[in-house]
Write a protein that binds this ligand. Structure first.
Ligand SMILES: Cc1cc2nc3c(=O)[nH]c(=O)nc-3n(C[C@H](O)[C@H](O)[C@H](O)COP(=O)(O)O)c2cc1C
Ligand code: SF4
Length: 313
C-alpha cells in the first residue's frame, strides 16, 4: 500500500504504518485529481451512464476532506475549504459533461476508529475528545449531524438530488458501517448487537429525509435484518424515513431478493446473507470478492479453500 493522505491522522497513520512525517497530498496534487474525476465523468457519459456518484464516504478521499480541519491551504480548515473538492468537481462535470446527473454517497456520521479490546471485542482506539469524525460528536461514539446538514445544504445549492446514506468506514469502524455478526478476518467482534447498527443508520437517514424532503434518499445497512429486511424496508418506505432501500451484501448472496419480495412468492432461505464477512475478508487478502459461502459459483473456487485456511477452518 502507498496511501495518499490529506492530513496526518493521529490514529490512522499508526494503524497503517505511516510515520507522523508521511507526506500529504499538495494542493496541486489535488487540483490534478479533480481534473481526473472530471475526465472520468466525461468517459462515463460517453459510455452511456446517466449519473456519477461523487463519493463522500467510508474514509475515502472525498470523505477525508470533510474532516481535514487541521489542513492548511484552500482544501482544509474552514467548512468552505473542506467542501471545495466537491464544488470543483461538480462545476467541472457540469461544464464538460452537460446533462450527466450527479449523486453523492455520504457517510452521514462517523465515529472514532475501533480496535480489538478484551476478548477481541471492539473498543474505541482513543477516548474523547476525538476531533476527526465528520458528523460525529467529540465523544467519538455519537452522531452530531450539524455539519452533515451543512454538507447537504451544499448539495441542494449544487442541484444534486440523489443521496445514498451510509456511515463510518469499513476500515476503522466497520460495525457502524456494515453491522455483522461475524467480523472480517482483520476486524473485531461486534461491541453491540448489530441491530443497533442497523437502527442507528435508519434513524439518522430518517432525520435527513425529514430535514431535506427534496432529496431522493437511499438508505443502507439493511442486510443484517436477513429474513426481516422486507418488513423493515416496507416500514421505512411507508413512513417516509427514506425513498429507497439500498442493498449491499444481500445483493452478493441473493441478487434476486427484490424480485422475490415484489412477486410475493416468498424468500429463498438458503440465499439470505448471514453476514459472514467472507466477501470482505477475501479482497482484504488480495482475492476477488463474492459470496463464497452461499453462491455456488464462488463456493467451488480455489479462493474459497484459501479463505477457509485463512480463517483456520
Ligand atoms: C464486498 C463489499 C464491497 C463494497 N464495496 C463498496 C464500494 O465500492 N462502494 C461503496 O460505497 N460501498 C461499498 N460497500 C458497502 C456497501 O455498499 C454497504 O454500505 C454496506 O455493505 C452496508 O449495507 P448492507 O448491510 O446491505 O451490506 C461494500 C460492501 C461489501 C460487503
Ligand atoms: S460472504 Fe455472503 S453471507 Fe457473508 S457477508 Fe458476504 S454476502 Fe453475506
Amino acid at each position: 500500500m502507498e496511501p495518499k493522505i490529506l492530513y496526518p491522522h493521529p490514529i490512522l497513520n499508526k494503524k497503517f504504518g505511516l510515520g507522523d512525517d508521511y507526506p500529504i497530498l499538495s494542493d496541486q496534487d489535488i487540483d490534478g485529481i479533480i481534473e481526473d474525476y472530471i475526465k472520468a465523468a466525461v468517459l462515463a457519459q460517453k459510455a452511456g451512464f446517466h449519473f456519477v456518484d461523487i463519493k463522500h464516504c467510508h474514509g475515502y478521499l472525498g470523505h477525508e476532506f470533510l474532516s481535514a480541519y487541521d489542513r492548511e491551504g484552500k482544501y482544509g480548515g474552514s467548512f468552505e475549504n473542506r467542501t471545495r473538492f466537491l464544488r470543483e468537481i461538480v462545476a467541472g462535470i457540469k461544464a464538460a459533461a452537460p446533462g450527466l446527473e450527479i449523486g453523492v454517497r455520504m457517510s452521514i456520521f462517523d465515529w472514532v476508529p475501533f480496535q480489538k479490546g478484551p476478548e477481541e471485542t471492539g473498543v474505541p482506539a482513543q477516548g474523547d475528545p476525538y476531533r476527526y469524525a465528520f458528523g460525529g460528536a467529540e465523544s467519538g461514539i455519537l452522531a452530531d449531524l450539524s455539519e452533515s446538514f451543512l454538507f447537504l445544504q451544499e448539495l441542494e445549492k449544487l442541484n444534486i438530488e440523489l443521496l445514498c446514506t451510509t456511515a463510518g468506514s469499513p476500515y476503522y469502524n466497520p460495525h457502524i458501517q456494515r453491522p455483522a455478526l461475524f467480523p472480517p478476518s482483520d476486524g473485531y467482534q461486534p461491541p453491540e448487537d448489530p441491530l443497533h447498527g442497523v437502527a442507528r443508520q435508519i434513524q439518522a437517514t430518517a432525520q435527513i429525509k425529514k430535514a431535506f424532503p427534496g432529496l431522493y434518499v437511499i438508505g443502507s445497512a439493511y442486510s443484517y435484518l436477513q429474513e426481516w429486511l422486507p418488513n423493515v424496508g416496507q416500514e421505512v418506505l411507508r413512513t417516509g424515513k427514506a425513498d429507497s432501500i439500498g442493498f449491499g451484501r444481500m445483493v452478493l448472496s441473493y441478487p434476486d431478493m427484490p424480485a422475490d419480495i415484489l412477486s410475493g412468492q416468498g424468500l429463498k432461505r438458503a440465499k439470505i446473507c448471514r453476514t459472514f464477512s467472507d466477501c470482505t475478508t477475501a479482497p482484504r487478502n488480495g482475492m476477488i470478492s463474492g459470496c463464497f459461502p452461499l453462491d455456488p459459483l464462488y463456493k467451488k473456487m480455489a479462493e474459497y479453500d484459501q479463505l477457509k485456511a485463512l480463517k483456520g477452518e
